[in-house]
Design a binder for this molecule. Structure first.
Ligand SMILES: [Cu+2]
Length: 307
């Protein structure tokens, strides 16, 4: 986490993809007629508690389709490691440091103490690791479709949602190495109908969010100097949705924070990327109420309605 096996099905299909379905009665519209815009899809299966994904993918624009076939909420975050470091270094040094901080929080130490421990235990090299995006939180049965531009290097794909007894999914095996090779795809980013801009003090969006498939562009204009980066996730809002509960749950450092199952149905979004990057995601939305929520900044949400 910036803070954070194996098969690739490379299918050429039109980008009439249905993602993050919010209404399970709506059937996905998937066309295998490859005519107009073609793309290579990187299939990811998230289960409780593994990822199945290729070992290596090309660089450039890639579209990931992650099906969550488990019961728990999952996402993936890609972290690009500095040269020569691998998954073992990440697990030992970074996951290990978060583990120390988490144990302190479970022992009722203050967040201040826990974050001090985290700072003391994180390796110096972590300052040169980069969070390079990933899917939003995705509830069981939902599918995420995210398009990212990745440069060659060694990445880790991780889900740090927690189980009800407070174990990070990372610890249970939801972390994979992913090599991004120097071979470059000829893919382009998708056309969009909604533009989201994330800054430290505000999240704004323009365009009309419609019933059916939406393609969101998320522009990372600012990121905080420390800790998790600005991100965005979409939840369905129902009569029983309590936004205070949801926003507190989005904070991993709360004891019940990010423990799955979560307090809402999560249908799409994106993890953080460095300033200047844009991340894309598709979301098939039925009529109804929704909200954008975030891990960072804590407490951020913005409701919207699909007419
Ligand atoms: Cu998970």
């Amino acid at each position: 986490m910036k803070f954070s096996k194996h098969f690739i099905v490379a299918i050429t299909l039109t980008l009439t993809l249905t993602s993050c379905k919010s209404d399970k009665k709506v059937q996905p519209i998937i066309s295998d007629v490859a005519e107009s815009s073609t793309n290579t899809i990187i299939e990811v299966v998230a289960k409780d508690f593994t990822f199945t994904v290729a070992d290596s993918i090309p660089s450039g624009w890639s579209t990931f389709r992650m099906k969550n076939t488990g019961m728990m909420d999952h996402f993936f975050l890609l972290t690009k490691l500095p040269d020569s470091l691998t998954l073992d270094d990440y697990l030992r040094d970074v996951a290990g440091a978060f583990g120390v901080a988490w144990e302190a929080l479970k022992e009722n130490k203050s967040k201040e103490e826990a974050f001090k421990l985290l700072g003391e235990n994180l390796p110096e090299w972590y300052a040169n690791a980069k969070a390079m995006g990933g899917t939003g939180l995705i509830s069981g049965g939902e599918t995420a479709i995210n398009t990212l531009n990745l440069t060659p290097g060694y990445y880790v794909m991780e889900c740090y949602v927690k189980t009800e007894n407070g174990q990070f999914h990372t610890e249970l095996g939801m972390i994979n190495p992913l090599i991004v090779t120097s071979e470059v795809t000829s893919n382009n980013p998708p056309d969009t109908n909604v533009e989201i801009t994330l800054r430290n003090d505000a999240m704004t969006f323009s365009g009309e969010i419609v019933e059916g498939i939406n393609t969101f562009a998320v522009h990372f204009e600012e990121q905080p100097d420390f800790g998790l980066g600005n991100d965005v996730h979409i939840i369905r809002v129902t009569d029983s949705t309590n936004m205070d509960v949801v926003t507190q749950w989005m904070d991993w450092s709360n004891i019940k924070g990010l423990t799955s199952p979560g307090p809402a149905i999560f249908v799409g979004g994106t993890q953080e990327m460095p300033v200047g990057y844009t991340s894309y995601f598709k979301c098939d939305l039925a009529k109804g109420d929704y909200a954008f929520v975030a891990e960072t900044p804590i407490g951020r949400f913005k409701k919207f309605t699909v007419q």
